[in-house]
Design a protein around this ligand. Structure first.
Ligand code: ATR
Length: 286
């Protein structure tokens, strides 16, 4: 094997995550636990890369023989121009979170949206076909999630956003002839009737603003699935209030685990040890 094939001379697989800052990333811990569980010799290291060095850092993936990297804030969009190929998942979202190195040829993927949907299906609602879904927020996270949700053939998706124009724009981009529509937060109450799944993609309720909720909890009704992308805290006020009202709840940790699981599966070709990855995260919650 040459270094550029993505396996170094010792046969160990080199992986990492590029970001700025990178010190608080939980990915190294989770991915190294996964590698150990699979019996794969290798390492997954935090790589502090500043924006001005991103191009050189990507070139170093080839030179050092990394099999791949995750890419996080602030590089997810900027890294696209350095890829040899972009998977459809990255093109539709306009951002890359996973790079795979095949003999020096780099392909950019985005596993956030598919990771989220896999987690939602595994943990809260197995079948999304025919579901009526409300997505709160219209930013980068919402874009990936809406794209992946559409693969599940839901009946409808309503996107509600503080800046309503962004929600309308995202809905129009989906090109699904009326299946997806954008509204303002003020229009949300009237839309909630008949909604089966509510997904918060905004940062409202995230530490330290843990008292806030992205919608009035009195609008929730029994039997709804309520999902929050936030995982700090693990249970947001939205989820606590939802549980009290008889909703099924789904927290943000699953998305983090499954975006990493897809990345690991692309790099190794092996099924990810989800339970090990989840345990490694739960043990380190601070
Ligand atoms: P991400 O990649 O996490 O989606 P983003 O692209 O910056 O981040 O998008 C943040 C989303 O959270 C947006 O939908 C934003 O609403 P606006 O488009 O109106 O800005 C939403 N958001 C953030 N803070 C919010 C708040 N305090 N109230 C309501 N929505 C908020």
């Amino acid at each position: 094997e040459t270094a550029s094939a993505g396996v170094n001379a010792s046969g160990a697989i080199l992986l990492g995550v590029m970001g700025d800052p990178i010190g608080h990333s939980k990915s190294p811990l989770m991915q190294e636990a996964a590698l150990r569980a699979l019996g794969i010799s290798g390492a997954y290291v935090p790589l502090h890369v500043t924006p001005d060095k991103l191009g050189e850092a990507v070139q170093a993936i080839r030179i050092l023989g990394f099999r791949g990297v995750n890419v996080t804030i602030p590089h997810k969009v900027a890294v696209m121009e350095y890829m040899d190929h972009l998977d459809e998942s990255a093109l539709s979202v306009g951002a890359v979170n996973t790079v795979v190195n095949d003999g020096g040829v780099l392909t950019g993927y985005n596993t956030d949206g598919i990771g989220y949907v896999r987690s939602l299906k595994a943990e809260a609602i197995a079948d999304l076909s025919g579901a009526r879904i409300l997505v709160i927020g219209a930013g980068g996270a919402a874009r990936g999630i809406v794209t992946s949700l559409l693969q599940e053939n839901p009946a409808s998706i309503v996107i509600a956003n503080r800046n309503a124009a962004k929600a309308v724009e995202l809905a129009a981009e989906c090109r699904t002839k009326g299946k997806v529509k954008g509204i303002s937060l003020a229009e949300m109450p009237a839309e909630l009737q008949g909604i089966q799944v509510v997904i918060n993609t905004t940062s409202v309720g995230m530490y330290p603003h843990t008292d806030e909720t992205p919608l009035d909890p009195s609008l929730l009704h029994e039997g709804m699935v309520v999902s929050d992308l936030i995982y700090n805290p693990l249970r947001t006020r939205l989820l606590t209030e939802s549980l009290e009202r008889g909703c099924r709840i789904h927290g943000g940790l699953g998305m983090f685990i499954y975006q990493g699981a897809y990345a690991l599966e692309y790099w190794t070709g092996r099924p990810a040890p989800i339970d090990v990855m989840r345990s490694s995260m739960l043990e380190t919650q601070d």
